[in-house]
Design a protein around this ligand. Structure first.
Ligand code: SF4
Length: 299
């Protein structure tokens, strides 16, 4: 290695938890500490098995359906919210509800609710089966539709987006609604897209263009992590999707001068730190870490 300069390991400033996920996970850990009754989430709180396991070790169990929640227990609402009917069902069962819905998602829910109360039909731009979209539709009390299913005769229309959509995709959806509902008299557009997703993807693209190899850290089931891998590969860089540091192999870095590291919105800081340490150990590289770090893990 003599005479060779060590590679640079560049960590994306936006790698890891977004605001809403960070908040939900911290509410979950606080709830585990402060509640003597059983604490549940409906579905995993985030798409990261390591965090979900850690929460389980701290007493938070994952249930698949609200009907399985025992009266008198406690349920944490995930960052992307819950359909109104399910929320009401929990309340009727005497369940203590701890709402960790991201404030940006909550704002979109409130907009849908208000529009419907004012007589608008609401178009929701997003993935039909996604829990956030299901919750948004429920706030429309049967007058909210996925934008592609909007009744052709709709006249006064409001449109919102799933927070994780890209602004350009939302813009196309607005145009599509205008084309489809030719007779509309009023269209109110609410840009409920959260900048966090677009910023993370843009930074991933820039890093992929700069780096010789890119590590993307995140749960195998995490859609936003998989999207980062796709973006990186579309730039032609060798991109590896890993959940934890142990998966990383030294051969990936042979002859590489610039190593990029980024992570999905549901990847915790301690897993990113472990990956950086492993890459440093394998390559002797110099770390440039752009993240603003939070307090240390307390478990
Ligand atoms: S992506 Fe944005 S809206 Fe969604 S949870 Fe994170 S901060 Fe909230």
């Amino acid at each position: 290695m003599e005479g060779k300069s060590p590679p640079v390991i560049k960590v994306a400033s936006k790698a890891g938890f977004c605001f809403g996920v960070k908040r939900a996970v911290s509410i979950a850990f606080e709830s585990a500490k402060n509640n003597s009754s059983c604490v549940y989430t409906i579905g995993p709180i985030i798409h990261n098995p390591q965090v979900v396991r850690l929460l389980e070790e701290n007493g938070i169990k994952v249930l698949s359906c609200v009907d399985d929640v025992t009266p008198g227990s406690c349920v944490i609402i995930r960052s992307h919210g819950i359909p109104l009917e399910q929320l009401e069902k929990l309340r009727r069962r005497g369940v203590k509800v701890i709402d960790a819905t991201c404030p940006f998602v909550k704002k979109a829910q409130d907009i849908v609710s208000k529009l419907v109360d004012e007589g608008y039909v609401v178009a929701v731009m997003g993935e039909k089966e996604h829990p956030e979209v299901q919750a948004l539709l429920s706030y429309g009390k049967k007058r909210a539709f996925i934008y592609t299913d909007l009744p052709k005769k709709a006249e006064r229309i409001g449109i919102v987006a799933q927070t994780t959509q890209l602004p350009s995709v939302f813009f196309s959806a607005v145009c599509e609604v205008m084309r489809k509902c030719e007779g509309f008299t009023e269209l109110r557009v609410f840009n409920t897209v959260c900048q966090s997703t677009a910023e993370r993807q843009l930074e991933c693209k820039k890093l992929a263009e700069e780096a010789d190899v890119l590590i993307v850290i995140g749960g195998r089931m995490s859609a936003n992590t998989k999207r980062l891998v796709e973006i990186a590969r579309s730039c032609g860089v060798d991109a590896y999707h890993v959940e934890v540091a142990d998966e990383i192999e030294g051969s990936w870095f042979l002859g590489k001068k610039m190593i990029g590291i980024t992570a999905g919105a549901s990847t915790p800081e301690w897993i990113i730190d472990a990956v950086i340490e492993r890459v440093k150990k394998l390559t002797g590289g110099i770390v440039q870490d752009g993240r603003v770090k939070g307090p240390k893990r307390r478990d």
